[in-house]
Design a protein around this ligand. Sequence first.
Ligand code: PRP
Length: 208
Amino acid sequence: MQGVHISNHPLVKHKLTILRDKSTNSTQFRQLVRELAILLCYEATQDMALEPKSVETPMGQAEGAELKERIGLVPILRAGLGMVNGVWEMMPSSEVWHIGLYRDEETLRPVEYYNKLPVDPTVQVCLILDPMLATGGSAVATVDILKEWGARRIKFVGLIAAPEGVRALHDAHPDVPIHIATIDERLNDIGFIVPGLGDAGDRQFGTG
Ligand code: PRP
């Protein structure tokens, strides 16, 4: 499917396997989410625009480059929070804009509860961060919010997706590239990804 990028990096596969393991504790889980987010965002930012910049080294002048576009990191609360800090350290000039959504347990539809975006967009590129793409409802709603805000370029960066979620996001927003570590088999009848990793929010925050 065009615009769907599944990482082929050995480090991603290695870390994802430990992340899935039910014996991995919250401390390890948070560390792995952080590391996987960095690796996936490294891949997702391959096409960021640059502008020339020259600097003085101790030995002379070097022609280099700097990021041209302002990047917004958009974690979907709660589970997306764990994907922020590592990526932010890698791109410290990024802005972070939180979107609060939870899934209604009955309908599995996303319910918005937090959005403090200012009136006008302040970034040129948005990276939506959420470990899980299940039905795709949360990701589609977040792209809707960002497009309404005026964001021009949006990418989704996640860890594990269900085929249903990839299809839903791609169909609703074919212009939004999807960067993930893997596509799993299916969703179960309560909307969890199988085999997945369980509840990414609970496993990060010790609330399961
Ligand atoms: C999970 C996950 C995604 C969403 C994915 O969040 O982190 O945001 O579900 O499901 P979807 O693709 O079907 O919308 P959840 O609603 O459990 O909230 P939490 O992160 O606060 O626990």
